[in-house]
Ligand binder design. Structure first.
Ligand SMILES: *[C@@H]1O[C@H](CO)[C@@H](O)[C@H](O)[C@H]1NC(C)=O
Ligand SMILES: *[C@@H]1O[C@H](CO)[C@@H](O)[C@H](O)[C@H]1NC(C)=O
Ligand SMILES: *[C@@H]1O[C@H](CO)[C@@H](O)[C@H](O)[C@H]1NC(C)=O
Ligand SMILES: CC(=O)N[C@H]1CO[C@H](CO)[C@@H](O)[C@@H]1O
Length: 339
């Protein structure tokens, strides 16, 4: 019997050995680079027998997004798309669900590193670190930096209390923050700890620091815009390590300029890599170019989790970290014991 085929799209950096060792069980095919046209044409020839595939956010630059057009041309035998990344907004979920193709992403593996950057941005924004940091590099010592603020006794509001939100809360407790959160559903007492569950409006009204940790979907796009910013305390600090599109960036700039928002710590932007000029030039903006998971250890852990999903899918028909939109569907079978 011939081995089933798995396909790697885009690059693999830290786990090439592990990938190659899968050749004992599967036929390995690769599309590390190329164009969307080439990819679509290979789907009909070379790749027509692919059962499982590995993709990543960066492979989007080779194939374009997994939108309706592309998903409709995926080969018939394809059952699994294992995606490298916590966010998978470049996969059309409705289209893959229609075809009953299982999709996994890499939550959990990203939690700690992303929460680390969340804290870094929170502290950077509270201290308005941008001013002394750039001044020092220009030979101007502190550059007239204003006094910053301590995290101690500040109310940290976490919007979206998933793995990253909880890892952030865990760290923020050590800095003396009081944690409140809002999530579509309240967490179990074990997961909640001393964090207080509040409504979305209460979260806005009570937070000294507001951190976003929810995934981007049509429902959450621009969840923070002018009306929400107006409901916040004057001088609120906004931290975003999730997705740029959660915030209306132009309206955030206005609120920052008016002083309604005191400072921001942002790792993600609405039209990456383009950043609103009002953010770049604002001294109270502490910015990073989407580096949440940008560490050797975490990148490797993410690649390993994708390969583990692929292998589990191929061998048992189940996924370890299936995307939320597929959980509970009759054809969607999971095995979370391997996490
Ligand atoms: C993933 O791709 C989306 C666009 O599809 C982009 O907004 C986002 O910045 C990318 N994320 C990473 C981690 O590169
Ligand atoms: C995250 O860090 C905690 C320690 O703070 C550790 O217990 C946990 O295993 C880490 N999670 C992952 C997925 O590595
Ligand atoms: C937050 O709410 C969503 C939607 O109800 C739910 O899927 C998720 O499990 C919740 N998060 C936690 C950590 O309970
Ligand atoms: C990127 C990410 O992991 N976001 C999580 C933040 O919290 C929401 C709500 O609990 C989760 O659904 C997301 O997965």
């Amino acid at each position: 019997m011939s081995k089933p085929t798995v396909l790697l799209i885009g690059d693999l950096v830290h786990t090439n050995k592990e990938w190659e060792s899968l050749s004992s069980k599967y036929r390995l095919k690769e599309f590390r680079e190329g164009t969307r046209e080439e990819f679509l044409s290979k789907l009909k020839s070379d790749f027509s027998d692919v059962v499982g595939l590995y993709r990543s956010n960066t492979s989007t630059s080779a194939t374009g997004p997994f939108d309706q057009e592309l998903v409709s041309q995926l080969p018939k035998p394809l059952k699994f798309i294992c995606h490298n990344g916590a966010g998978y907004d470049n996969i059309d979920v409705e289209a893959v669900n229609d075809r009953q193709i299982s999709v996994s992403s890499t939550p959990v593996a990203v939690d700690n590193a992303t929460a680390d950057v969340g804290i870094f941005l929170m502290l950077g924004a509270l201290r308005q670190a941008h001013i002394p940091y750039t001044a020092l590099h220009e030979g101007k010592w502190r550059g007239g930096a204003p006094l910053g603020h301590d995290p101690k006794d500040k109310v940290l509001g976490v919007l979206g209390m998933g793995g990253i939100g909880r890892a952030l809360a865990h760290r923020a407790r050590a800095f003396g923050c009081k944690i409140i959160y809002h999530n579509r559903s309240r967490l179990s007492p074990e997961l909640e700890g001393d964090a207080k569950y509040v409504s979305f409006d209460e979260l806005l009204a009570q937070s000294d620091i507001l951190s976003l940790n929810l995934s981007l979907s049509p429902k959450t796009k621009h969840i923070i815009s002018a009306p929400q910013l107006a409901k916040c305390k004057k001088g609120v600090v906004i931290v975003n390590t999730a997705r740029g599109g959660l915030i209306n960036e132009a309206e955030l700039v206005e609120a920052l300029e008016s002083g309604q928002v005191g400072a921001v710590g942002l790792d993600v932007f609405e039209e990456e890599p383009k950043i609103h000029p009002g953010l770049v030039k604002n001294d109270r903006a502490f910015l990073m170019p989407h580096m949440g998971t940008w560490t050797v250890e975490t990148q490797r852990d993410m690649e390993l989790l994708v390969l583990k999903n692929l292998e589990t899918g191929m061998d048992s028909g189940k996924l370890i970290t299936r995307i939320a939109e597929q959980k509970g569907l009759p054809w969607a079978k999971d095995d979370t014991s391997k996490l």
